[in-house]
Write a protein that binds this ligand. Structure first.
Ligand code: FES
Length: 158
């Protein structure tokens, strides 16, 4: 959407209009855009600002505060490594480092081929199977550093 086309602009205006009766529609509008387009770059924030009269600075503040929203496109596979306390003490740090090393990206980044995004997560409620990793919602239990290459390969060859 970096080259945002007319169809996308029209759709964004339509999403904004659909919440016209709401007093505070910003979160709902941003959620819809995130779900539909996968990210919310500045040029899209400017359109939302025009439509609903909230400043771009305020919209930017919301988009960057909530990890659910993204300024950049996400990869096809979103890898989340839990760094909550239970996972951390069971070795999630080196697991995250291994994903980072193999993929050549830091947490929060996406590989150049658009295949993987790497995220560090807070507790995902699976402490009993720490350290836990999620990929597009699938949970991998008790992940060891030595498991990481195989996990990545299984998605590369999917
Ligand atoms: S700390 Fe990782 S699932 Fe709870």
């Amino acid at each position: 959407m970096a080259h945002i086309n007319e169809k996308a602009v029209a759709r964004i205006r339509e999403i904004c209009a659909s919440y016209a009766s709401e007093n505070t529609p910003l979160m709902m509008i941003l959620s819809d855009i995130q779900n539909e387009f996968g990210y919310i770059p500045l040029e899209v924030q400017e359109i939302v600002s025009e439509e609903i009269g909230v400043s771009v600075a305020d919209i930017y503040g919301v988009v960057t505060f909530y990890s659910f929203f993204s300024l950049e496109p996400k990869g096809k596979y979103i890898i989340g490594v839990c760094l909550g306390t239970a996972c951390y003490v069971k070795g999630a740090g080196p697991v995250l480092d291994k994903f980072s090393e193999i993929l050549g990206i830091k947490p929060g980044e996406t590989t150049a081929d658009g295949l993987f995004t790497l995220d560090a997560l807070r507790c995902i409620g699976a402490c009993g199977i720490a350290p836990a990793v999620t990929i597009n919602g699938k949970v991998y239990p008790k992940v060891k550093v030595s498991d990481v290459p195989g996990i990545i390969d299984s998605y590369k060859n999917a």
